[in-house]
Design a protein around this ligand. Sequence first.
Ligand code: NAG
Ligand code: NAG
Ligand code: NAG
Ligand code: NAG
Ligand code: NAG
Length: 455
Amino acid sequence: MMGWTQIVLGGLVIIASISSLFRFYSAGFFMRNEDICYHFYGLKNIDMGFDLQALSDRVGEVLNKMESLQDKLEGVVQQMEKDKGDLSRSNISKLEYKRFLEDEVIKPLYEAHISLRLIRLPKPEGLRNTTMKEEPLINTFVVEEIRKYITPKDNRLGKVNIYGTDRIYNTIGHVCVLLKKELEEYMDYDIGSFCKDDWNVAQKLMINGCDPLPRRRCLARASKLYQKPYPINESLWKLPDGRNVRWAKYQCRNFECLSSKNPKRGYSKCTGCFEMEKERLKWVGNLSLPIDFRVTDVLAIKPGEIRIGLDYGVGTGSFAARMREQNVTIISTALNLGAPFNEMIALRGLLPLYVTLNQRLPFFDNTMDLIHTTGFLDGWIDLQLMDFILFDWDRILRPGGLLWVDRFFCNRKDLDDYMYMFLQFRYKKHKWAIAPKSKDEVFLSALLEKPPRSL
Ligand SMILES: *[C@@H]1O[C@H](CO)[C@@H](O)[C@H](O)[C@H]1NC(C)=O
Ligand SMILES: *[C@@H]1O[C@H](CO)[C@@H](O)[C@H](O)[C@H]1NC(C)=O
Ligand SMILES: *[C@@H]1O[C@H](CO)[C@@H](O)[C@H](O)[C@H]1NC(C)=O
Ligand SMILES: *[C@@H]1O[C@H](CO)[C@@H](O)[C@H](O)[C@H]1NC(C)=O
Ligand SMILES: *[C@@H]1O[C@H](CO)[C@@H](O)[C@H](O)[C@H]1NC(C)=O
């Protein structure tokens, strides 16, 4: 009984597939590429907002699949014609027929079906009142997982979600298009399996502008023997357990190496920031240079008011540790540039924020009590980029909040430009100090307060 049901179903599948072949045919899929757009538009002009090349590539792939399926089915039919007599006498064919249908017909048909579904056909009238003819980038990428990711997800049952929208867009950085090959390699994995050990590829993509990077549906690798972190009363100023880090992509293989004088440590920014004994001396005690401010002096400007803030720079979280002792919660930005900065900060019991310079900060306007920056915003940075960053900081800093520019350095001749950048916001100057760094370079430290903006 089951066998015959299968055969009947199989027959239906064949009929369905042939009829769909016919439908594709009549929809113009078998025409040449140029003809397809004639067909869709009835006219030659192709508007912006539609990636014809990407579409025709995808259609081509499906056509090939359908064609080979058709060839196969035709071959089988001819074979059946030949041994018609035998077929009626024996029943070996039931199981075989089932397997044939499953492996040779249903599976390829399903794949072609999915590929076709993945193709986003242009909408001549535009998508949802826009001039875009298709979802942005959707036909640019071939790897299914990226396409699935960037396809907007409509809410179920056409409802409006808690955000008041009817769909969710997963976003990727626009430079992902230029880094298509690298991104496709990155997104090539089996869903649910372990990811490749490629966080460094991810970081490279991000730093180069493919940021945000798509999410992945594979399991990130961890270190072999993850130990529980030290308790918070010990972790702040102690080198963490190296077994909690995957070291494969670094020159050093433990924290002791990172904190040593070894010239091949693999990182160049924030020299010495893995040396906890030295880090302990920052921002406290008797400071030798006027450009170094004490944490307690800074907090004394706004007693009890500074509770949350952002440390924007390169480091191991010592500023956040120091502030934590003062009951101030600081989030530290970190990239793993040659050393496991994110893991280090987290293992110290502090909050690392894995962001590049590319992105608007994920904080709302007028929320932060303090922004501290040290160690990376220096003379290399393009002035316009810096302007965008400073305006972003201004946005998230609350009125009365403090901007602490800590040992910013640049070429002496550029100092006026940078000073203008910091002063353009007309913040109240609490501290302002300049000191020579070398013959040509100078340090600038400043403590500035954002004024009220009651407009
Ligand atoms: C045909 O099917 C019957 C029952 O399903 C089975 O007993 C018989 O052995 C089969 N004949 C052949 C030639 O496989
Ligand atoms: C789209 O257009 C329709 C009718 O022209 C209108 O009712 C609807 O509000 C528009 N939607 C958006 C999001 O603009
Ligand atoms: C940290 O706290 C735990 C219990 O809360 C205590 O046993 C331990 O001695 C403390 N360590 C230090 C260095 O104070
Ligand atoms: C700071 O300097 C003063 C005098 O210069 C000295 O008495 C004090 O012990 C010093 N404190 C530290 C922590 O070095
Ligand atoms: C931080 O908070 C704890 C608990 O409320 C308190 O005991 C401690 O004195 C505070 N530290 C500072 C520097 O305010």
